[in-house]
Design a protein around this ligand. Structure first.
Ligand code: HEM
Length: 140
């Protein structure tokens, strides 16, 4: 396996766009069905298709592939798009649980699965910290 994290090696290890469509489909199926995810599911629209599409193109760029998120939806700040949501440890952990289920379904190398899950935990934690800070600034 090429060194993950250099160039588009991670994007390729994930199976490119097709692989990320599979991942994000499995991720939102998990969110729709796992009882632990009911709280974060309720934060989303009834129809998850736009969320699935946005997460797919975002992750492509995040893994070093083409930046179709910017082409289609413009610039993004990940903590910024979540700042209006109340995200604490339970919500962060539920999101990570859905991602662990989705990753387990993928035909990826075990090393890449572990790398991906460890890496995505960083933005998830940053979203929580930003959400807590916003609520401390604007109580109620
Ligand atoms: C920490 C737990 C997280 C929760 C509870 C959460 C929840 C949500 C919700 C409810 C939305 C829809 C927002 C709305 O339309 O109002 C959303 C959008 C999105 N999330 Fe998350 N999220 C989390 C973590 C992440 C992480 C770690 C990433 C990627 C690294 C991510 C990527 C995205 C993207 C790309 C969108 C679409 C943004 C847009 O263009 O509107 N999320 N998330």
């Amino acid at each position: 396996m090429a060194v993950v994290g250099s160039g588009d090696a991670s994007y390729r290890a994930a199976g490119g766009e097709e692989g990320l469509v599979r991942l994000c489909t499995a991720f939102y199926v998990a969110m729709d069905t796992l009882p632990e995810a009911a709280g974060i599911r309720a934060m989303h629209e009834a129809d998850l298709s736009l969320s699935r599409e946005k997460l797919t193109v975002f992750l492509a760029a995040w893994l070093g592939g083409p930046n179709r998120y910017r082409e289609r939806f413009g610039p993004i700040s990940i903590p910024g798009v979540h700042a209006h949501l109340a995200i604490d440890e339970d919500e962060r952990d539920a999101w990570m649980l859905c991602m662990r289920h989705a990753v387990a379904d993928q035909p990826w190398a075990p090393e890449f699965k572990a790398y991906f899950l460890a890496a995505i935990a960083f933005p998830a934690e940053r979203i929580r910290v930003t959400s807590v800070a916003r609520r401390q600034r604007e109580p109620g």
